[in-house]
Design a protein around this ligand. Structure first.
Ligand SMILES: NC(=O)c1ccc[n+]([C@@H]2O[C@H](COP(=O)([O-])OP(=O)(O)OC[C@H]3O[C@@H](n4cnc5c(N)ncnc54)[C@H](OP(=O)(O)O)[C@@H]3O)[C@@H](O)[C@H]2O)c1
Length: 174
């Protein structure tokens, strides 16, 4: 949040899949297989800019095709592959974003926590299951957010769990 004006400084969108109890990861990876959600993720992020933490980038292992990749790393991430922009401070991100691309914050937990104040939308996949994990989505004051839509999906043949896809928008003056 911009401390001077109280306004959210950017129009970023946070994209996350969260199981019961806030679980989002285990052992440096996703603790589920959700083919439907991956397809949705691909469609929704195509052509845009993915902003992620160094650990999440390493779990994916490569820049995703058709999208710009910006990785946040305080240590500079010397092993970053070509095609990845490494940025050490959030305030530097926006100037690296290529024209016409929307910034999508895609995790992990540290990056969700750090960028929440910069986001106007949350695209949330609720994973309707108790899943074992060691990385949690940050606590969010949902009173500051309004759910615009919600859609339920049974688990398909290549999904571990049923899901609910929700779009949340930040309320005015929050
Ligand atoms: N379910 C989901 O939707 C979802 C999405 C994404 C990831 N995940 C899971 O989440 C886990 C990884 O999350 P994580 O929280 O451990 O790690 P992370 O947020 O992906 O990355 C953490 C790293 O980002 C850098 N960093 C953190 N805050 C920073 C800041 N303010 N400025 C600059 N750099 C900063 C640091 O890199 P350096 O150490 O290089 O300095 C830090 O070690 C994995 O299990 C992954 O599979 C789940």
């Amino acid at each position: 949040m911009n401390a001077v004006s109280g306004q959210v400084p950017c129009e970023w969108t946070l994209v996350a899949a969260v199981a019961n109890g806030g679980v989002i990861g285990k052992g440096g990876a996703l603790p589920w297989k959700l083919s439907r959600d991956l397809r949705r993720f691909k469609t929704m992020t195509m052509g845009h800019c993915l902003l992620m933490g160094r650990k999440t980038f390493e779990s994916i292992g490569r820049p995703l095709p058709g999208r710009q990749t910006i990785v946040l790393s305080r240590s500079g991430f010397p092993g970053a592959p070509q095609g990845v922009t490494v940025v050490s401070d959030l305030s530097e991100v926006q100037r690296h974003v290529q024209p016409e691309r929307r910034v999508m914050v895609v995790g992990g937990s540290q990056i969700y926590r750090a960028t929440l104040g910069w986001c106007r939308e949350i695209w949330l996949t609720r994973v309707l299951a108790d899943v074992d994990g060691d990385v949690l989505f940050p606590d969010i004051d949902w009173d500051r957010w309004k759910m615009e839509s919600s859609e339920s999906f049974e688990a398909g043949p290549r999904d571990d769990w049923p899901t609910e896809f929700q779009v949340w928008k930040r309320k005015a003056n929050h």
